[in-house]
Design a binder for this molecule. Structure first.
Ligand SMILES: Cc1cc2nc3c(=O)[nH]c(=O)nc-3n(C[C@H](O)[C@H](O)[C@H](O)COP(=O)(O)O)c2cc1C
Length: 462
C-alpha cells in the first residue's frame, strides 16, 4: 500500500487539495506552517502552460519551503500533457492529472471528470506522461454511482502507471449546491482493490474527521479543500483567531504576491461567520472593494480591535443571541476559524423555490447576490466584479497618488504620482518656470523648450 517515492516524501497524511485561485504559494505555505504535509498547486491548463511563458511565470510559483509539492494539470492530449509536465518536473515531487473537475468549462474543454468514460485515452495519457518525466504521475478522480465501476476505473489507472490515486467520494453530478455528502464507502472499496498509495477526499471539516476517515477507509492520507479554506490550521487540530491567520497569510502574500481576488476569496472564507453579523457589514464592504494589501490588513485589524476584548473575556456578550445565532447555532464564537456548513441539496431546492416565487412577484427581475448571499443592485454587482478582477501589487508598488501631499510648504494638494520633485502640478509648474527645469512626470518642458528656442534663434542669425 505504500511505495518508495511515497516513503521518500515522508508518507504525507495531511494533504491540501488542488484549488484553482486558492492553493497558490502563499496559501500553501500558510497551511504547511499549520500541519499540512503535502500540497497541490491549482490546476493548470496543459495547453496554455506549454504555449504561454507568461501563464507559466504568473501561475507556477514555488520555493524551497514549498515541498513536497504535486503540480496538477488538465488536458486531453497525451503529448501536450507530457510537454507541460516536462516544464515542472524539476520543481515538484509528482505530477497529477485532474480527472475530477465537474464544471461546464471542463465539459467544453473535454477534460476533468468529462474524461471519466474515455478509458483508452486516459491510459494513454498516464503512460505518455510517465515515459516523459522523471517524477511519478498521479490522478485525482471522482466516483461513479456504482462502486463496482469506480473500482474498475481505479484499477485501470493503476495498470496504466498511476502512482497515487486521490478519490473524491462524490459523483460528477454532486457539485455546487448539489454537493451533498461524499461516499467513504466507495473510497474504502477502491482502497481494498488497489495497491498504490491513496488519498481520500470529501467530508473533512476538522482533524477528528481526518482520523475517522483514515480509520474507516484505510487510505494513506486525507485531502481537504474547503476545510482548509475556512481553517488553514485544520491539520494542526486547532481553531485559531481569524485575524491571526489573516495577518500571517497577508505577510506571506507580501513575499509572494497574487491577484487581489485570491486574497479576497481567502479572507471571505476565513471571516465567513464574522460577516454574517450585520454590525460588520462596513468591514465586509471594505473587503469586497479592497485594492491593496493595506486595505486587506485594515479589515483584519478592524475585526481584531472589535472582537479581541470579547475573546479575552474583558467584555461579555449581553446580546449573545444576536452574536451567535443568525440561524447557525454556532458552537464556536464567530471570530474563530471554523467549518463552513453547506446547505443540503434539499435545503437548496427549497430556497430556490422560494426565490423563484419572490422573483415572479418582483416582475421577473434577476436577483444579484454577492458571495455571502446579500442582494445587490445590477450596477453594484458589475462594479464589484470589475474590482475583483484587478490584479494586486505589493504595497511598495502601489500608486501613492492621493495619499501623500505635495512637499512644498503650506501646500495641501495631493502629490503628482510621477512628479520628479514630489510636488503637485501647480507648485511643479511654478518651480520649473522659476528655475528653468523639466518635469517628465507632469510633462512640463520649460528647459527643453527654451533650449529649442535658443538653438532656433542661433540658426536663424547664423
Ligand atoms: C476553490 C476551489 C477550487 C478547486 N480547484 C480544484 C482544482 O484546481 N483541481 C481539482 O482537482 N479540484 C479542485 N477543487 C476540488 C477540490 O480539490 C476537492 O476535490 C473538493 O472541494 C472536495 O473536497 P472538500 O470536501 O474537502 O472541499 C476545488 C475546490 C475548491 C473549493
Amino acid at each position: 500500500m505504500s511505495s518508495e517515492w511515497y516513503e521518500l516524501i515522508g508518507r504525507p497524511k495531511f494533504v491540501v487539495a488542488p484549488m484553482v485561485d486558492a492553493s497558490e504559494i502563499a496559501w500553501r505555505l500558510l497551511c504547511r506552517r499549520h500541519g499540512a504535509q503535502l500540497c497541490y498547486t491549482p490546476m493548470f491548463h496543459s495547453n496554455v502552460f506549454t504555449k504561454d511563458p507568461k501563464y507559466r511565470k504568473d501561475n507556477f510559483v514555488t520555493c524551497d519551503e514549498d515541498r513536497p509539492l504535486i503540480v496538477q494539470f488538465c488536458g486531453n492530449n497525451p503529448e501536450v500533457m507530457a510537454a507541460a509536465a516536462k516544464y515542472v518536473e524539476n520543481d515538484c515531487d509528482a505530477i497529477d492529472i485532474n480527472l475530477g473537475c465537474p464544471q461546464i468549462i471542463a465539459k467544453r474543454g473535454r477534460y476533468g471528470s468529462y474524461l471519466q468514460d474515455e478509458w483508452d485515452l486516459l491510459s494513454n495519457i498516464v503512460q505518455t506522461m510517465t515515459k516523459a518525466v522523471s517524477v511519478p504521475i498521479t490522478c485525482k478522480v471522482r466516483i461513479f454511482e456504482s462502486i463496482e465501476k469506480t473500482v474498475k476505473y481505479a484499477l485501470m489507472l493503476q495498470n496504466a502507471g498511476c502512482k497515487l490515486l486521490t478519490v473524491h467520494g462524490r459523483t460528477r453530478e454532486q457539485k455546487g449546491p448539489l454537493t451533498g455528502i461524499a461516499s467513504w464507502k466507495h473510497i474504502k472499496a477502491v482502497r481494498e482493490a488497489i495497491s498504490i498509495p491513496m488519498f481520500a477526499n470529501g467530508n473533512i471539516q476538522c482533524l477528528e474527521d481526518v482520523y475517522r476517515c483514515l480509520e474507516f477507509t484505510n487510505v494513506n492520507g486525507v485531502m481537504s479543500a474547503e476545510g482548509t479554506l475556512t481553517n488553514p490550521a485544520i491539520f494542526e487540530g486547532i481553531n485559531p483567531l481569524v485575524w491571526e491567520m489573516a495577518d500571517e497569510y497577508l505577510d506571506l502574500v507580501e513575499k509572494y504576491p497574487c491577484p487581489s481576488s485570491y486574497i479576497r476569496g481567502h479572507m471571505f472564507k476565513m471571516f465567513h461567520k464574522i460577516f454574517t453579523i450585520e454590525d460588520n457589514f462596513d468591514d465586509r464592504h471594505l473587503l469586497a472593494t479592497a485594492q491593496n494589501l493595506s486595505d486587506f490588513r485594515q479589515v483584519s485589524m478592524n475585526i481584531r480591535d472589535k472582537y479581541l476584548p470579547y475573546h479575552h473575556g474583558k467584555v461579555h456578550f449581553e446580546d449573545g443571541e444576536n452574536m451567535y445565532s443568525n440561524g447557525y447555532n454556532l458552537i464556536l464564537p464567530p471570530w474563530i476559524c471554523q467549518p463552513y456548513v453547506r446547505m443540503s441539496p434539499e435545503q437548496h431546492k427549497n430556497k430556490m423555490e422560494e426565490l423563484s416565487k419572490k422573483q415572479q412577484n418582483n416582475e421577473n427581475k434577476r436577483i444579484h447576490e454577492d458571495s455571502e448571499g446579500v442582494v445587490l443592485s445590477r450596477k453594484k454587482m458589475k462594479k464589484l466584479k470589475r474590482i475583483m478582477r484587478r490584479p494586486i501589487k505589493p504595497d511598495s508598488q502601489q500608486h501613492t497618488r492621493g495619499q501623500e501631499s505635495c512637499v512644498s510648504d503650506a501646500c495641501r494638494n495631493p502629490l503628482g504620482g510621477k512628479c520628479v520633485y514630489q510636488l503637485c502640478k501647480k507648485c511643479c509648474k511654478e518651480k520649473c518656470f522659476k528655475e528653468v527645469l523639466d518635469c517628465k512626470g507632469h510633462r512640463i518642458l520649460v528647459l527643453t523648450r527654451r533650449e529649442l528656442a535658443k538653438t532656433f534663434e542661433e540658426n536663424r542669425s547664423a
